[in-house]
Design a protein around this ligand. Sequence first.
Ligand SMILES: NC(=O)C1=CN([C@@H]2O[C@H](COP(=O)(O)OP(=O)(O)OC[C@H]3O[C@@H](n4cnc5c(N)ncnc54)[C@H](O)[C@@H]3O)[C@@H](O)[C@H]2O)C=CC1
Ligand SMILES: O=C(O)CCC(=O)C(=O)O
Length: 411
Amino acid sequence: MHAFFEATNHYFQQAAAILGLSDNMRVLLETPERELRVEVAIELDSGQIGNFIGYRVQHDNARGPFKGGLRYHPTVDEDEARSLASLMTWKTAVVDIPFGGGKGGVNCDPNSLSRAEVERITRRFTQQIHDFIGPDKDIPAPDVGTDAQVMAWIANEYSKFHGHHPAVVTGKPVELHGSLGRESATGHGVAVVTREYLRLARDRPVDGITVAVQGFGNVGSFTARELADMGAKVVAVSDAYGAVCNPDGLDIPALQQHAAAHRKVVGFPGGQAATNEHLLTTEVDVLIPAALGGVFDAKLAAEVRAGAIVEAANSPTWPEADEVFQRRGIAVIPDILANAGGVIVSYFEWVQNLQHFRWSIEQVRAEQDRRHVESVAAVLDLARRQGVSLRTAAFVLGIQRVGRAKVLAGI
Ligand SMILES: NC(=O)C1=CN([C@@H]2O[C@H](COP(=O)(O)OP(=O)(O)OC[C@H]3O[C@@H](n4cnc5c(N)ncnc54)[C@H](O)[C@@H]3O)[C@@H](O)[C@H]2O)C=CC1
Ligand SMILES: O=C(O)CCC(=O)C(=O)O
């Protein structure tokens, strides 16, 4: 059994060695600032008590308030939250937005709960952590199993203690202080990062490339849609229940409608049913994990037949798989570079809330795309100059910025 925080720190240590960081500095940067573990007990619809545990790990705030999503999933625990919080610290630094890193969630299965039960969990969790979050302290956002409605409940519950402060969470509904373009931001960003990587590193357009996407939730569905709109052929897509594929390319808008109606992609009339394993080993130009972490181990990495992997999910690649991909010459565009679109537009939502002003979708997209274009170019350039992988280069860039902020501020 792997530990996610250990894996994230393995990548951290590789970059720290290149930077020549002292042991003390490494410990300072690795260690989370604060970890909350709270009981989230609610009355279930049945009248029974539902016992859940909620977590919020605040990893680092040298560059700004802690920032990162909330996950509602049965696998949520301290280790996963720590690892994801640490990734947020490096991610916000790589794309140079004024936040630190945090992450959390509740170990529940929203698919087996009613909406009313999810609302009660969200309000109870907020009651337990409200003193530790806030527009200048720690700003949660959606992740696996949470959405704009959950963020609206958090903002509302928070306001009962602290007054009206919509900037306490991002990813809210557009009708309730959310930003245009936040819902699709991560998928849009993954598509732009893929385009920039292909343009700069392979001198190739997106038009005509073949793509497989694992996961068809918020990130996977918008990634597939945006890449298809750019002319890519999305030949396979999956969710927790199985995969569908079509060598001529899936009709993604029709698949989105099917998934909305049936809550799964399997059964889509425009493709053949397949397994997730088949999707991950199918021959494609770009393979995009967009579901949970820990997908690629060394054995699977040896069987992957993709030209490049773009990590829309957080932590899909275990370190031993990362080494296999490097040996086999399969480029991995790392999570902290590839999936930063969500937190970039969360930053714009926070700014809009603080300004009491709404940006147009054109302004959101122009500012978002600029950050992706700059960060992909910076990471590729650093990787080339240092002769390291894109993941190590991204960690070097992120750690350098956070370390510099810590040194300037003083301890
Ligand atoms: N929502 C956001 O803005 C951001 C999300 N991410 C990351 O993207 C990934 C996906 O997040 P969301 O799309 O928000 O979650 P989501 O809850 O909207 O969707 C998750 C998808 O993964 C599928 N899935 C679950 N287990 C699977 C399995 N074993 N095989 C195939 N598919 C499986 C689910 O069926 C669902 O389609 C996560 O790793 C998350 O941390 C990263 C950056 C921002
Ligand atoms: O939008 C945000 O603040 C965080 C998104 C997130 O959780 C992530 O990038 O993994």
